[in-house]
Design a protein around this ligand. Structure first.
Ligand code: AMP
Length: 407
């Protein structure tokens, strides 16, 4: 029997998140996280399916020792990286530019292209590359697949993907709207169609991925036609710590009048803005608690968050023309009923409403929260980026789906 396990790796500069999945039955065999790689004391948290959490702190100087520690933990349950049951390793890669439109088996040319994209993803692609090279060194015989956050959005038409700036300058610097969270938008739009009992090709969906990072997408017949993140994950919705949309002249103003450097404005907009900049908290639970206590700053932060969200729902309604469903996902979207309620409040004319009782129900399964007679379905659809990466990786190595390899 051919191997059915896929290890999914999400490598950051000082962390590696991982999951081992069995694509034979779709089960999750283990999940874990290595943190503080290269720092004074590293930490590994490992949870085998049906078992207790195992935590470990110690010296984890680099990604190689991190992956070896992961393999050692997996080996305790007979699931080590050297197992013949392992079919492939799937890597989350944040930026695939325009050329990676599908999951891709990694070879030297692919590595070189991911490296060439570092200027547009300076924080993420170097860490992703380190994770890939480390995994390759440990299992050189195994197919390693890159699954790109940007790939789902490569179907966006030029009218949505281009900024209205000088074309030559834009092209010289590869400035365009790439979009991110693509594996989540792909997974959730498909799961939403399934929830409606229809094929993805038959439905138009607005997906609202509301986590600490947040993005919206307009998906027509299974293909992304617009998304709210752009050249980087800074554009679009109000997020935990990022501003989302603003007049670009704010940046010149901060530099010329405020005396800030480019790096300082970058940090301000990415790390000290959004909900945290508006009210000091980026956790929606804490913001709701403060609102309940009458905190005005928390209230205003929430209102700004909702106002922006509502503008995107309206914009994507217009882009799609006909909307079959609006799907909420990720930490806020899956858990924060008041956000869902406020986002569609007053949109009955567009056929959008939530049922209070259904919206209050908590759960891990995809579910409808709109009234039974609603013209547009409103749904909560938990995202599963690791499952999507594993599914795409496995389909590629089993030859059931064409590779997006560079031509
Ligand atoms: P994510 O990036 O998808 O992991 O989402 C993380 C965010 O989800 C947190 O910063 C919180 O704002 C939000 N969140 C998680 N759980 C809840 C909850 N029970 N209620 C409201 N917001 C939540």
């Amino acid at each position: 029997m051919s191997p059915t396990r896929v290890l999914v790796l999400n490598s950051g500069s000082s962390s590696v998140k991982y999951q081992l999945l069995d694509m034979g039955d779709g089960s999750r065999l283990a999940v874990g996280l290595v943190e503080r790689i290269g720092e004074e004391s590293g930490r590994l948290k490992h949870t085998p399916a049906g078992g207790d959490v195992r935590e470990w702190t110690g010296d984890i100087p680099d990604h190689e020792s991190a992956l070896k520690a992961v393999s050692a933990e997996l080996a305790k349950d007979g699931l080590g990286l050297d197992s013949p049951e392992l079919a492939a390793i799937g890597h989350r890669v944040v930026h695939g530019g325009r050329r990676f439109t599908a999951p891709t088996v990694i070879d030297d040319a692919v590595l070189a292209e991911i490296e060439r994209l570092i200027p547009v993803a300076p924080l993420h692609n170097p860490a992703n590359l380190t994770g890939i090279r480390t995994a390759q060194a440990l299992r050189p015989d195994l197919p390693q697949v890159a699954v790109f956050d940007t790939a789902f959005h490569t179907t966006m038409p030029e009218s949505a993907a281009r900024y209205a700036i000088d074309v030559e300058t834009a092209d010289a610097h590869r400035i365009r709207r790439y979009g991110f969270h693509g594996t989540s938008h792909a997974y959730v739009s498909r799961e939403t169609a399934k929830l409606l009992g229809r094929a993805p090709e038959e439905v138009n969906v607005i997906v609202l991925h509301l986590g600490n990072g947040a993005s919206a997408s307009a998906v027509r017949a299974g293909e992304c036609v617009d998304t709210s993140m752009g050249l980087t994950p800074l554009e679009g919705l109000v997020m935990g710590t990022r501003s989302g949309d603003l007049d670009p002249a704010v940046i010149f103003h901060l530099m010329r009048v405020g005396g800030m450097s480019a790096d300082e404005t970058d940090t301000l907009l990415n790390k000290r803005s959004g909900l945290v900049g508006l009210c000091g908290d980026n956790d929606m639970r804490e913001i709701r608690r403060r609102i309940d206590e009458g905190d005005e700053r928390a209230r205003l932060a929430f209102d700004i968050y909702i106002h922006r969200l509502k503008k995107y729902i309206g914009a994507y309604y217009a882009v799609l023309g006909r909307v079959d469903a609006v799907a909420f996902t990720a930490g806020v979207g899956e858990n924060a009923a008041p956000v869902r309620e406020a986002a569609v409040a007053g949109l009955a004319e567009l056929g959008l409403a939530v049922d209070g009782d259904l919206n209050a129900v908590r759960g891990d399964e995809p579910r409808l929260i709109s009234p039974a007679d609603a013209r547009v379905a409103v749904a909560v659809v938990p995202t599963d980026e690791e499952m999507e990466i594993a599914t795409q990786t496995y389909a590629l190595v089993m030859g059931t789906k064409g590779s997006g390899n560079l031509t």
